[in-house]
Design a binder for this molecule. Structure first.
Ligand code: DGT
Ligand code: CA
Ligand code: ZN
Length: 576
C-alpha cells in the first residue's frame, strides 16, 4: 500500500472509532497519524523496512504496528473488522455538512438510519426532530446539508475557488460600513484544493452586510443567515465549467478582527499549537481575543498576536504545523519567494504543437506580464496526438525563434522542447537534435501504469541525461481527476540533486505537481526548482503564480528557484 492509501485508512479508522463511541484521544491519534504520514516526504516502505517509523512525530507503538502491517501486506484485519460493524451508507452520512460521528451514531443507534435516502425520509417525516439532542432546527440543517452534499460537497481547484471568492468579495465591497475584508481558510493558506470559501469582515453593523451576502449573484441556496455568520451555496460559471461550492461569511467588530482572521485562516493544527503557546504564557487565545486573567492583550494585527506569543509573523502558507512554530520562535522562518521574484518561465506551448497561440503572441503576452524571458517547450515527435515536432520542424521553429529574438524588445525566447521520456527512459530525439535546444524539459506522457520501480528508473535515467535541464510535472497527476503515476519521488529528487537537474513546479492549477510537501523536500536535498505555467494559451502564462504559492508552502526562498535569475544569469547557466 502506498502512502496516501495508508493515510486514508488511518483517517477512516479514526472516524470509525468515533462512530463506535471511543474516546477522542484514541480517535485523534489516528487522525493525526494520517496527517503525519501524508506529509512525510520520503518513501514509506523504506522507512518501514528500516524500522524507523517511530521517527515520524505522532506515530506511537500502536500506529507503528498497524502501518507496518498495511505497508507489508496491503491489509489490516483490525480495519476490516471495524468496517464490518457499519453499513457503507453510514459512512456516506458522515460526508453530509453538519453531520459528525456523534450525530450519525445517534441516528444509527436509535432510528437505524444507514443511508442518505433513509436519512432524508426520516427528516421529512419529522422523526429526527423528535430525537433527544436533535430538534427541528437540527433536522432542518441536516436537510440542507443533504441538499448541499448532492450539489457540491466536493473539493474545488484553487483557481476556480479563488475566482468565485473574488466575485463574492467584489460584490460585498460596495457595502457601506465594511472596515476590513479578507479571505481566510485554505484559500488564504493557498492549498491546492478548497472545500469552502471563508470570508471575514469587520464592521459595526453586520445586518446589511449579511443581507447583501445572501443575495449576491450566483447564490443558489442560503444555508444560514445569522448575526455573525451566514452560509450560502454559490454556483458560478468559471471558464467553461459551472462550479458550485459553499461560502461562509463572518462579520466581527474591528477589535476582534485580527483574532478572527488568525483563527479562521487556520490551519486547525496551527491554531491548536498557538492556543497552547498562549496557555503556556498564562493567556487565553480564541477567535475573539488574547487575554490574561484580568485583561486582554491589545492586538491590531496578526503580527501583534504572534509577537505577544514570542514569535515572528508566520505567513499563512506556512501555517500547517510542519515546523513553522519552532522556526518562528527561533527567527528561522524562510524569507519566502515572492511572485515578483519570477523573471521568466519555461515550458510553454504554441501552435507548433498543441498550444493556441503563436510564438509571437506568447512572447508579447509574457512581455506584458513583465517577464524578461519565455521558454518555448512544445511537444516532441512521439506525442503525435499533440502534434509533436519532428526534427525537421524543430529546425524550422528554431529558425523562427531566432528571427523573432532579433526583432523582439524586452523579452527573450529560449529555444526549448518538452521532450517525452520514452517507456525505457530514453529521450525522444537523438543527441544531435537535443544539442540544438537552449534547454530541455523531460516529461512522462505515456505508459502511466508502469510499476513503481520501473517508472522510477525510467525517470532517473532521463534526468541523468546531460542535455536534460528539468523534469516536467513529476507525477503526472490531474487534481481531483487523475492520480499521479507511481514513482519514488525521494529517489528522483536524489538523482536530480546528484545531476544538477532542475525539478519543475508545474504551476498549472490542474496539476501543481510536484506538490508542496515534495517541494520542501527538494529544497532540503539541495535540488533547485523551476516554476513553469505549462501554458497552452497566452492567458495561461500568468498561472505561474499558483506555482509560487506551492513554492511558498514548500518554504522556498528566491535562491531556491532557478527562474528568479536574470536573463543574463539564466543564459549563462543554460550554456553550462
Ligand atoms: P477547507 O477544507 O479547504 O475548507 O480548509 P479550511 O482550512 O478552510 O477549513 P474550514 O473551512 O473547515 O475552517 C476554516 C478555519 O477555521 C480552519 O482553517 C481553522 C478554523 N477552524 C475550523 N474548525 C476549527 C476547530 O475545530 N478548531 C480550531 N482551532 N480551528 C478551527
Ligand atoms: Ca474553508
Ligand atoms: Zn506540457
Amino acid at each position: 500500500m502506498d502512502k496516501s492509501q495508508v493515510a486514508a485508512v488511518l483517517d477512516e479508522i479514526g472516524t470509525l472509532l468515533e462512530l463506535q463511541g471511543e474516546n477522542s484521544f484514541r480517535c485523534n491519534a489516528y487522525h493525526n497519524g494520517s496527517r503525519a504520514i501524508q506529509q512525510y516526504s520520503g518513501s514509506l516502505p523504506d522507512l518501514v523496512a528500516a524500522g524507523q517509523l517511530s521517527t515520524i512525530p505522532g506515530i506511537g507503538e500502536t500506529l507503528r504496528e498497524k502501518i507496518t502491517t498495511l505497508v507489508q501486506t496491503g491489509k489490516l484485519p483490525f480495519y476490516d473488522d471495524l468496517k464490518k460493524k457499519f453499513p457503507p451508507g453510514v459512512l456516506d452520512m458522515l460526508r453530509v455538512p453538519g453531520m459528525g460521528p456523534k450525530k450519525v451514531k445517534a441516528l444509527y443507534d436509535t432510528l437505524h438510519i444507514d443511508s442518505l435516502d433513509k436519512l432524508k425520509q426520516a427528516c421529512e417525516a419529522g422523526q429526527v426532530a423528535e430525537l433527544k439532542g436533535f430538534g427541528a432546527k437540527t433536522q432542518q440543517k441536516i436537510l440542507e446539508g443533504l441538499a448541499i452534499a448532492s450539489q457540491s460537497g466536493q473539493r474545488v481547484r484553487i483557481d476556480q475557488a479563488l475566482a468565485i471568492a473574488e466575485q463574492l468579495m467584489d460584490g460585498l465591497k460596495s457595502c457601506k460600513g465594511i472596515q476590513r475584508i479578507e479571505l481566510c481558510g485554505s484559500l488564504r493558506r493557498r492549498r491546492e484544493t478548497i472545500k469552502d470559501i471563508d470570508i471575514l469582515v469587520s464592521a459595526d453593523d453586520a445586518g446589511p452586510i449579511m443581507d447583501r451576502f445572501v443575495q449576491l449573484p450566483g447564490v443558489t441556496n442560503v444555508t444560514g443567515h445569522g448575526e455573525t455568520k451566514s452560509s450560502v451555496v454559490v454556483s458560478l460559471g468559471i471558464g467553461r465549467e459551472m462550479v458550485s461550492m459553499n461560502a461562509d461569511l463572518r462579520v466581527v467588530d474591528e477589535q476582534q478582527f485580527p483574532f478572527a482572521l488568525m483563527y479562521f485562516t487556520g490551519s486547525k493544527e496551527h491554531n491548536i499549537r498557538l492556543r497552547q503557546r498562549a496557555i503556556d504564557r498564562g493567556l487565553k487565545l480564541n477567535e475573539y481575543e488574547l487575554a490574561g486573567a484580568k485583561k486582554s492583550v491589545p492586538c491590531k494585527s496578526e503580527e501583534d498576536i504572534y509577537r505577544a506569543l514570542d514569535m515572528d509573523y508566520v505567513p499563512p502558507e506556512l501555517r500547517e504545523d510542519t515546523g513553522e512554530i519552532d522556526a518562528a520562535e527561533q527567527h528561522h522562518l524562510p524569507a519566502l519567494l515572492e511572485a515578483d521574484d519570477i523573471q521568466g518561465v519555461f515550458h510553454c506551448h504554441t501552435t507548433w504543437s498543441d498550444g493556441a497561440a503563436s510564438l509571437e503572441e506568447m512572447a508579447e503576452a509574457a512581455r506584458k506580464l513583465g517577464l524578461k524571458y519565455l521558454g518555448i517547450g512544445d511537444h516532441s515527435q512521439s506525442l503525435t496526438v499533440a502534434n509533436g515536432l519532428t526534427p525537421a520542424r524543430v529546425k524550422q521553429q528554431q529558425h523562427d525563434i531566432d528571427a523573432l529574438n532579433a526583432k523582439l524588445k524586452g523579452i527573450h525566447l529560449f529555444k526549448g522542447i518538452e521532450c517525452d521520456i520514452l517507456a525505457d527512459g530514453r529521450l525522444d530525439y537523438d543527441d544531435t537534435v537535443l544539442a540544438s535546444f537552449d534547454y530541455v524539459v523531460a516529461s512522462v506522457h505515456s505508459y502511466f501504469n508502469q510499476p513503481e520501480p520501473e517508472m522510477t528508473q525510467r525517470i532517473i535515467r532521463a534526468i541523468s541525461h546531460p542535455k536534460v535541464t528539468m523534469l516536467g510535472h513529476a507525477t503526472g497527476r490531474l487534481l481531483l481527476r487523475r492520480e499521479g503515476y507511481k514513482v519514488d519521488l525521494e529517489a528522483v529528487l536524489k538523482a536530480a540533486a546528484k545531476n544538477g537537474t532542475l525539478i519543475e513546479i508545474n504551476a498549472h492549477p490542474q496539476r501543481l505537481d510536484i506538490d508542496w510537501v515534495h517541494a520542501k523536500r527538494a529544497r532540503e536535498l539541495g535540488v533547485k526548482l523551476v516554476i513553469n505555467p505549462d501554458a497552452h494559451a497566452t492567458g495561461e502564462i500568468a498561472l505561474y503564480r499558483f506555482g509560487v504559492d506551492v513554492a511558498r508552502r514548500g518554504w522556498l526562498e528566491k535562491k531556491d528557484v532557478f527562474n528568479t535569475q536574470t536573463l543574463a544569469q539564466v543564459t549563462k547557466a543554460l550554456k553550462r
